[in-house]
Design a protein around this ligand. Sequence first.
Ligand code: ADP
Length: 466
Amino acid sequence: MKIGLVAAETLPLSKSGGLADYVYSLANAFAAAGHHVDVMVPDYAPGGTSNSATGTNAAAPISVNGRQFTVSEESIGEWRALKIGNSELFSRERMYGYDDDPVRFGHFSAAVSALASAGDYDVLHCNDWQTGFVPLLLKQRKSDLPTVFAIHNLEFQGNYSPSLMDEIGIDHSYFFIEGIEFYGNVSAMKAGIVYCDRLVTVSPTYSQEIQTPEYGFRMDGVIRKYAGKLRGILNGIDYRMWNPETDRSIPANYSRDNRSGKAVCKSHTQREFSLPQVRRPLIVSIGRLWRQKGIDLLLDALQDIEEGFQFIILGTGDPDLMRKVQDMASSTPGFRAVLRYDEQLAHRLYAAADVFVMPSRFEPCGLSQMISMRYGTVPVVRRTGGLADTVTQFDPDTATGEGFLFEDENHEQLADAIGEALSIYSSPEIWRSAVINCMTKNFSWDASASKYAELYGEIVRTPKVS
Ligand code: ADP
């Protein structure tokens, strides 16, 4: 098949979270299975045009709604990135977080629909609200290219004033309650849900949760209406990038059967962070510092725990939460905070830690808990979304399961789950089973990629390339 993937970010070009990992891994998995893959992303580089240093070549520019977009190609392994450039729209200090984001990504979607409708793709797989208008804009162009729309996070919807329709060339006939109208605005997320041929979320549990008011961010009614085309397909992690046996970013490699390197990683990190080198559990948290991730619950829970532990948090995000984390780090012995995005440090921490905490309020899939298990770091997670689908409760009597789960958005329950993990940590024999169970789990992308290929098969007309 000839597959087009569309997203606001992909590794190795850009990343702010799990979406970039997802696109990169899926593209790799499809290319390895013999499909032709193009990944369409905004070109965030200053100047936004092709750059010979990274091996790019300019393709024909496109003009949509009176705006010019450059298209530069870059080969990444066995697939091709098509970077869509317009420096006024995309070359800014950050990728997101501007008031005009819906306008910026609306233009991106318009450029993608022009490019894709002129191509010979079998299927176009769009991701999150930044690409939500693409299925609609293709229909408006009378293109019959089948589309998949994947929801990675329903909280962010790209809602904006109806003036957006004129800006990016959407016919006003789409502005009605069964169309893209959403509480008086237009919604890119709703457009994707309504006009795609198949709808996906990144875990089976999240696909059920978003049909309820509790997790639906006011979109649950629309999703229930389209539940017939909705599937939940669990993400994997990229085993080439996340592998303690070969990872060059960690001080010592190790495997499930020879884990001595993990102890080296831990003492290296304790030294790096000036933490005492004693046999004390090292708890780590890595992720966006956002209410979604339950960081406030974590800070409260840590104050309730009586057992001794060391704690390192790596993350960036909400300034208020960052301040709270910083304050607690300054006043609590054994508590360290690194408030930035640091890929290399993330690798070292996944390898060094004993326990990984992820108390998310909601979690569409979550990659961090899978990465931590791959590195033999036992997860403590809330039973929600992809966390519920990837972690099973450890039972010391039968030595089955990998982690520790709690049910409600509540710091006491979280403290209990961490306490349970720490008490089992104090019995090294039993703890070893939890670590081995974590490292035995298979989270490779192969199974997920074949589910996507099957899904495409439901809507693809006659594949042009196989
Ligand atoms: P989300 O996509 O909601 O941010 P995921 O768990 O799906 O959460 O993916 C997060 C990815 O981003 C993981 O690969 C994680 O290691 C990485 N990550 C998040 N914050 C940081 C950070 N501050 N430094 C390095 N890596 C980070």
